[in-house]
Design a protein around this ligand. Structure first.
Ligand code: ADP
Ligand code: MG
Length: 292
């Protein structure tokens, strides 16, 4: 490709809110056959809300919510914000937690008013040695609705099952139709629950789902998808996405995402959603056609 045509191409892209940090990315993007997308914050709004809280026998709903909010007030995770907001909406005074520790991609715990409190995914509860099978039916039903089931432990006992839902961005469904129309395969990568991820993927017609991955696992997933489909573009917004953005043939960071993701990316999407990816791929093809 000539430097001039690449400049024209990247200049047009900028007008569409797609910023190329490296000119070569335009050429790799044209060859892309699979798009790997982080779910939370990219397909969805990244602002989950608490939808359900089912206390276990002997536990009070508001008391459990208050204890969880105390733990989550120490966390930056979007799920944590949902739980704190729900407690505030109920007018609960949230205590100060001590000794907070997050288990990345799993959950978090702390001491609140002298009692140990933990909140997170089923695999986090398994690590604590807690059996969550009493809630298996409820968790299955919620997962099938695209909600994420979570569990609470208070004083080492299972205290509640809860669920959060993170709505899709308004532009996601249309952008996926456009990407499929361009002949791309789309894979969703997420740390979220498998059933929840499947429900969202089938609603959107997504081709491949990789769920319950820890941050390091996203890079392995990228390599597997590259081996299977060829040139891969990865779209993500979070700190967790930086290694996958770097491992991809083209890394696209969602604008408004974390600085670490933007630094690792070849392309930044100012519009903050997938519509920009479709536009960028379209443009990369038009530019390379002109050159040949
Ligand atoms: P994603 O890939 O969707 O960004 P993460 O790796 O951040 O997901 O988290 C994966 C899962 O770990 C969440 O769906 C949730 O079940 C659990 N989790 C992580 N942090 C927390 C927290 N602070 N509170 C409750 N659950 C959490
Ligand atoms: Mg994310």
């Amino acid at each position: 490709a000539t430097p001039t045509s690449i400049m024209v191409g990247t200049g047009r892209a900028a007008q569409l809110g797609v910023l190329f940090r490296k000119g070569e990315a335009l050429q790799s993007l044209e060859k892309t056959s699979v798009l790997a997308v982080d779910k939370t914050g990219t397909l969805t709004k990244g602002r989950p809300e608490l939808t359900d809280l089912l206390p276990a026998p002997g536990f009070d709903r508001l008391r459990v919510l208050g204890l969880l909010a105390a733990v989550e007030a120490k966390s930056e995770h979007p799920i944590a914000r949902a739980i704190v907001a729900a407690a505030q909406a109920e007018g609960i005074a949230v205590a100060e937690a001590r000794g907070f520790a997050a288990a990345t991609g799993m959950g978090a715990g702390a001491e609140v008013e002298g009692v140990r409190v933990d909140v997170g995914a089923d695999r986090y509860m398994a690590q604590l040695g807690l059996d969550v099978s009493a809630f298996a039916m409820a968790a299955q039903g919620l997962g099938e609705q695209g909600r994420t089931p979570l569990y609470a432990a208070v004083g080492g006992r299972l205290a509640a099952m809860l669920a959060v839902a993170d709505p899709l961005r308004d532009t996601t469904a249309q952008a996926l139709r456009t990407l499929h129309g361009l002949g791309l395969k789309v894979a969703m990568l997420t740390g979220d629950n498998r059933r929840t991820a499947q429900a969202i993927a089938s609603q959107l017609g997504i081709d491949e789902v990789v769920a319950e991955v820890l941050p390091a696992g996203k890079v392995d997933a990228v390599r597997r998808l590259q081996a299977r489909y060829g040139v891969l573009a990865y779209v993500g917004d979070g700190i967790n996405d930086a290694p996958a953005l770097a491992a991809a043939d083209v890394g696209l960071a969602v604008g408004g995402g974390t600085d670490i993701a933007i630094e690792a990316a070849d392309v930044v999407l100012m519009s903050g959603d997938l519509a920009g990816v479709a536009a960028a791929i379209d443009l990369s093809r038009a530019t390379m056609r002109n050159i040949r």
